[in-house]
Design a protein around this ligand. Structure first.
Ligand code: GLP
Length: 244
């Protein structure tokens, strides 16, 4: 879906999320959302916060699993995805704290594997992801699944691509301060979601959107695996769709 601007597009995505939350509540089932960070989903979170404040949309029944976190990372650091999620969403809605899951950037290295196993297990106990929202990196990463990630990959520690570290440099006040690792949900974890919405805005994403949508399905462009997911929509603006 190519929309003429990201505000309109983000509102449409937020309203799909809100409808899902309401349906799940009526059914008495938990609503399990996979959430993303980065600039792409910010307007969706703004709109969900507005719906909570003005329309009484409740998140009491919502469980969230964030895609990724830098490693190492303290939760209160400026670049932390824990901090990001609080700032843009969690601090402004009524989601119970215990329903929130974000990869832990403070773990000791030897505890990461067990943490990742538990992350997957908890997700499965809740019945899996009802809806996953995604951004896309210039390398074609979803979450932090960089080129080389297999379609069956699960939550794990990865090494960040140099392009990703260059793109994150301004957030860290210099490339040398960008962590070399991250913990991310796998491509396989994401592919099990019932519904996936990937968002991309601006001309900087035009090339990777073309490769992802029109190029071959390959681990060299991990987002291209989404071509084989039965219920994925790319919601992009004109600029991001310019090379299609
Ligand atoms: C980071 C995140 C990704 C996100 C990407 C794109 O690398 N880990 O999940 O999709 O940035 O960011 P943006 O939305 O700011 O373009």
């Amino acid at each position: 879906e190519i929309m003429d601007n990201s505000v309109k597009a983000s509102k449409a995505v937020a309203s799909e999320i809100a409808s899902l939350i309401k349906v799940k509540e009526l059914q008495g089932d938990p609503c399990v959302l996979g959430l993303a960070t980065g600039s792409s989903p910010i307007k969706v979170y703004d709109e969900l916060v507005r719906m909570h404040k003005e329309e009484g949309l409740s998140f009491k029944n919502v469980y969230t699993f964030n895609l990724d976190e830098y490693y190492p990372m303290q939760p209160d650091a400026l670049q932390s995805y824990v901090r990001f999620m609080k700032e843009y969403l969690f601090d402004h809605i009524d989601i119970p704290k215990e329903n929130i899951h974000i990869p832990d950037g403070t773990l000791k290295q030897e505890d990461v594997y067990a943490f990742c196993q538990k992350y997957e297990q908890r997700l499965e106990e809740l019945g899996g992801l009802d809806l996953q929202i995604l951004g896309i990196g210039r390398t074609g990463h979803i979450g932090f699944n960089e080129p080389g990630s297999s379609v069956n990959s699960r939550t794990r520690m990865i090494t960040l691509d140099s392009i990703t570290r260059i793109d994150a440099a301004s957030d860290f006040f210099g490339e040398e301060y960008v962590p070399r690792k991250a913990i991310t949900m796998g491509v396989g974890t994401i592919m099990k979601a019932n519904r996936i919405i990937l968002m991309a805005w601006g001309e900087g994403k035009a090339n990777i959107i073309k490769r992802t949508v029109e190029g071959p399905v390959t681990y060299e462009t991990p987002a291209s695996f989404l071509q084989n997911h039965p219920n994925t929509t790319f919601v992009i603006d004109d600029a991001a769709g310019a090379e299609l």
